[in-house]
Design a protein around this ligand. Sequence first.
Ligand SMILES: Cc1cc2nc3c(=O)[nH]c(=O)nc-3n(C[C@H](O)[C@H](O)[C@H](O)COP(=O)(O)O)c2cc1C
Length: 312
Amino acid sequence: MKRITPISKPTLSIDFAGIKLKNPVLTASGTFGYGEEFAEFVDLSKLGGVIVKGISLKPIKGNPPPRIWETPSGMLNAIGLENPGVDVFLSEKLPYLRKYETAVIVNMFGYSVEEYVGVAERLDGVPGISGIEVNISCPNVKAGGMAFGTDLTATFNLLSAVRKATRLPLIAKLSPNVTDVTDFARAARDAGCDGLSLINTLLGMAIDVRCRRPRLANCTGGLSGPAIRPVAVRMVWQVARAVPLPIIGMGGIVTGEDALEFILAGASAVAVGTANFINPQATLEVLSGIERIIAEQGVGDVKSLIGKVSVG
Ligand SMILES: Cc1cc2nc3c(=O)[nH]c(=O)nc-3n(C[C@H](O)[C@H](O)[C@H](O)COP(=O)(O)O)c2cc1C
């Protein structure tokens, strides 16, 4: 058997689609606010990056409550993309985040191609923004969101228009609610995206059998948390083999071991989402877990593990 020599400090930094990350651990959009909400629990400068809650052109109130329902090993949410709009984000939220030494990736969405383009134009060239993550996959709004991300032509046309509106690294966040996610990854590549994020939440529903009503006011919601992790790992693995774009993998990551599953499947970076609600320091624990496991295995650089799952 090969002898393993433990490493004291493995290299964790990576270049993701031109974005310099000090380590591969990011926050998943919508589960970490705009960073400030978690700053008393987490030194944001220790994170590879913060992917902020989705931003639209105008403020959005979101869906009526109840908007969250806990499920076995996960949760359903139908927040409805509540956010203060891009102008308030730029004037009130970004200045706070900019104080930290972490990459800021802005998740954004719209109800029409024009709205997506409008947000991208406003973000272009703003100091302190490292990249844009385009949400084409939210299951909790009636128009936009998933309506784009589940139609190949709409995906290509939308992402091509956003591509023309910004020079920032562009990351498409894909929907898992499709038959073959690799087709959508190819459409994003053809539209000029620099990277991919996957997965967003899976469309789900829960019913209160006593009052015979859905648990969420929106009826359906997005399922997240450990329950979806095997689906997410499978999709990252499929996409990594099909398209040569770097991937941010997410879906149910709670520990360093979970994160390494995604990296071995082909993700270059990972994002921690629902786990932040259970443990506000989940991101830091994922980071120290990755470092400990790869050091024990004598792996000098986390990059050497990307896509290295042995099959067959
Ligand atoms: C409460 C909540 C809000 C979310 N809001 C957004 C959002 O604004 N934009 C987006 O692209 N994804 C959003 N997501 C999806 C997450 O970023 C992530 O893709 C998904 O939850 C899977 O990761 P997880 O299982 O670690 O939570 C949200 C998820 C949750 C649970």
